[in-house]
Ligand binder design. Structure first.
Ligand SMILES: [Zn+2]
Ligand SMILES: [Zn+2]
Length: 160
């Protein structure tokens, strides 16, 4: 299966913001560009990038822009346990995430079936299911290579 990632990041940021029904402001534009360059960023990460191009931006305005984008469906917020919320522009494809417990690297993994909900529980107890979010926790190849002694048998974590 060769489905291209459905980034909303293609094209003019102003047009993307307007298409979501939002007014274009400098912080919003900078936030969008930041997320395009660096998906799975926390609000703090986004802020650090944005102040470089728009020094007058406050952390609060970054939070506001992210929240507006999330409400407009432009941005997806994921909330891995014990971590700050992370934001990305890849929305509406119900993809999942691999997160490294060592370095915190977050990677996308495609939804198994290509549509939400990707997974269904053995018993949905009458719920009408909309989404399933899966976070796969583990050690990324870089971290595994850096400390082979601590991870003697990474193959054991794979499916057989
Ligand atoms: Zn890692
Ligand atoms: Zn993602």
């Amino acid at each position: 299966m060769t489905t291209a990632p459905t980034h909303t990041s293609v094209g003019d940021p102003d047009a993307v913001i307007r298409a979501a029904g939002l007014r274009v402001t400098e912080p919003r534009r900078a936030v969008l560009i930041s997320l395009r360059d660096r998906p799975h960023a926390s609000a703090e990460d986004v802020f650090q990038t944005v102040v470089e191009s728009v020094p007058s931006t406050s952390l609060q305005s970054v939070y506001n822009a992210l929240s507006d984008f999330a409400d407009a469906g432009l941005v997806r917020r994921i909330e891995p346990a014990g971590r700050p919320g992370l934001f990305e522009l890849r929305v509406a494809d119900n993809h999942h995430h691999l997160i490294c417990t060592d370095c915190g690297d977050v990677r996308d993994v495609d939804c198994v079936v290509g549509a939400a909900p990707c997974l269904t529980p053995a018993d949905s107890q009458g719920f009408t299911l909309q989404t399933a979010e899966v976070t796969f926790w583990g050690v990324c190849p870089d971290c595994a290579a850096a400390s082979p002694a601590e991870n003697p048998a990474p193959a054991a974590f794979g499916r057989s």
